[in-house]
Design a protein around this ligand. Structure first.
Ligand code: ATP
Ligand code: MG
Length: 400
C-alpha cells in the first residue's frame, strides 16, 4: 500500500545498520505514508556521521555535508541521508549558527518543526512518534514540536511552512500554534526571500489554499516580505490552487504599482512566464472574433492560454475581465492550433532580407511593421505562406 519507495530504500537502512548505526525514514515521506498520500522523496536520518556514511556507500555526493546531509545514490535513485542533529542558537532569527550532531533519534526529531513532520519509521515499518504526530494527523492538526512561540522565534519560516501544510493537507492550525504565529510573524522580515518563495510556491498550489491564504492575510504576513509589502494584497482573493507565476500575474494586474520582480530572486523563465500571463489576461477582452483568436493563439501558444483558461474562475472572482467562453474554450483553441499555417515567425516563407531585396530599401522600423503585417495576414488565412503570394500581397496591400 504505497510503500514501494520505502521498499526500494530499505537496503540503505540495512546497510547502515550492518555497520552498527541507527537509521530511520523521517519527515514528509513518513507523514504522507501514514496519510496514504503519494510519497515524493525519502529522507533518512541516521546516527552515523557524514564521514561514516561516505565510507559505507560507494556512490555519495556531499550536498550539505557541513549540516550533516550526504546524498546517497543507490540503484540510480538519490536519497538524502542526514546525521541526527540538534540545532545551535538562532542568534539572528535565521538559520542556526551551528548544528550539533547527536547520537539519538529523540533529539533529532525534537528540532523538527511540526509534530506531523517529526515521526520516524524503521526498516520494519515500526513508528517512533515522540510528539503525538499520528494523533495530530488523525485530528488534522498542525502543531509545533514544543513551545510554538519559541519555535517560531528560532526560525520564522516555520510560520509560512505551517500555512503551507494547512494548504496542502487541509489541516487546521492548533489554537496555540496559531496564536504564536500572530505574536511572532514580524520576524518573517529576517528570512531570505529564496526560502519564502519555496514555501509560497507550494502553499499557493495547495488544494486548501483558500483557507491558508485567508490566514496569510489575517496575519498581515505580507507586510514583512519585500516585493509583497509594496502591493495591496487585500485586493486579490484566491479561491482555487494556482501556480506561483499565475498568482503573481493576478497580483500585478490588480495593483497599479509594479514593484521590481528582481526582489524575488526568481529565474528569468519564471519572470518571463509572469509577463506572459499578464499579457494573455490583459488581451482576453479583445478576443471577439475568430481572426483575433487565431492571432492570440499564435502569439501566446495554446500551452499558456489553456493554463489561463484553467484559472478563469479566479479571474472572474477578482473581477478581471475575460473573453466569452463561446469564443475561447479548450476545444476552440485546439482547433485553431491544428489549422494554423504558422507557428513561429521563422516558418514564414519570406524574411527581413527578402523584403530589403524586394523593395531595394534600407532597413528601419518599416521592416518590423511589414513583417508583422505579413505574419497577421498568414495567421488569419488571408494569404498562403508562399513567397510569391506574400510579395504580391505586400505590393498590393502594404504601404511602405
Ligand atoms: P514535502 O512533502 O513538501 O517535501 P516535507 O515535510 O518533507 O514536505 P521538507 O521541506 O522537505 O518538508 O523538509 C523535510 C523535513 O525536515 C520536514 O518534514 C521537517 O521534519 C524538517 N524541516 C524542514 N524545514 C524545517 C524547519 N524550518 N524547521 C524545522 N524542521 C524543518
Ligand atoms: Mg521533503
Amino acid at each position: 500500500m504505497g510503500n514501494e519507495l520505502f521498499e526500494k530504500a530499505l537496503p540503505i537502512l540495512n546497510q547502515i545498520e550492518t555497520h552498527h548505526f541507527e537509521a530511520y525514514f523521517v519527515g514528509g515521506a513518513v507523514r504522507d505514508y501514514i496519510m496514504h498520500r503519494t510519497i515524493h522523496d525519502i529522507d533518512i536520518t541516521t546516527s552515523a556521521m557524514p564521514d561514516e556514511i561516505e565510507d559505507i556507500f560507494e556512490h555519495t555526493i556531499p550536498i550539505g555535508k557541513e549540516h550533516g546531509t550526504i546524498n546517497v545514490v543507490f540503484n540510480n535513485e538519490n536519497y538524502e541521508v542526514t546525521t541526527f542533529r540538534s540545532e545551535g542558537d538562532y542568534l539572528d532569527h535565521r538559520r542556526p549558527s551551528e548544528v550539533h550532531f547527536v547520537r539519538n533519534l529523540y533529539e533529532d526529531v525534537q528540532r523538527r518543526d511540526f509534530t506531523i513532520n517529526a515521526i520516524a519509521m524503521d526498516k520494519n515499518y515500526k513508528i517512533f512518534d515522540y510528539f503525538g504526530g499520528q494523533k495530530d494527523i488523525q485530528s488534522k492538526l498542525i502543531r509545533t514540536v514544543g513551545n510554538p512561540s519559541e519555535r517560531f522565534k528560532e526560525d520564522a519560516l516555520r510560520i509560512i511552512r505551517g500555512l503551507r501544510f494547512q494548504s496542502q493537507l487541509t489541516f487546521d492550525i492548533h489554537t496555540e500554534t496559531f496564536e504564536a504565529m500572530q505574536l511572532t510573524c514580524s520576524d518573517i522580515e529576517y528570512l531570505s526571500i529564496e526560502r519564502i518563495v519555496v514555501e509560497f510556491k507550494k502553499l499557493i498550489l495547495g488544494s486548501n489554499v483558500k483557507q491558508s491564504y485567508h490566514n496569510l492575510l489575517s496575519l498581515k504576513l505580507f507586510n514583512h516580505i519585500p516585493f509583497f509589502n509594496e502591493l495591496d494584497m487585500t485586493c486579490v482573493y484566491i479561491n482555487e490552487p494556482l501556480e506561483f507565476e499565475q498568482w503573481l500575474a493576478i497580483l500585478l494586474i490588480k495593483n497599479d504599482t509594479l514593484p521590481s520582480l528582481k526582489q524575488l530572486k526568481i529565474s528569468n523563465k519564471e519572470k518571463s512566464d509572469i509577463h506572459t500571463y499578464i499579457d494573455i489576461i490583459e488581451t482576453l477582452p479583445q478576443i471577439t472574433s475568430k481572426d483575433a483568436l487565431k492571432l492570440f493563439v499564435y502569439d501566446y501558444s495554446d500551452y499558456y492560454i489553456l493554463k489561463v483558461l484553467n484559472i478563469y474562475s479566479v479571474l472572474q472572482n477578482n473581477q478581471i475581465p475575460t473573453a466569452s467562453e463561446l469564443i475561447i474554450n479548450s476545444l476552440s483553441i485546439k482547433q485553431v492550433v491544428q489549422h494554423l499555417q504558422l507557428h513561429e515567425r521563422k516558418e514564414m516563407d519570406v524574411n527581413g532580407k527578402d523584403l530589403l531585396d524586394h523593395f531595394n530599401k534600407n532597413g528601419g522600423p518599416w521592416l518590423k511593421n511589414v513583417l508583422r503585417e505579413i505574419e497577421c495576414a498568414i495567421v488569419t488565412d488571408k494569404i498562403k505562406n508562399n513567397k510569391e503570394e506574400i510579395l504580391k500581397w505586400v505590393n498590393e496591400n502594404v504601404k511602405i
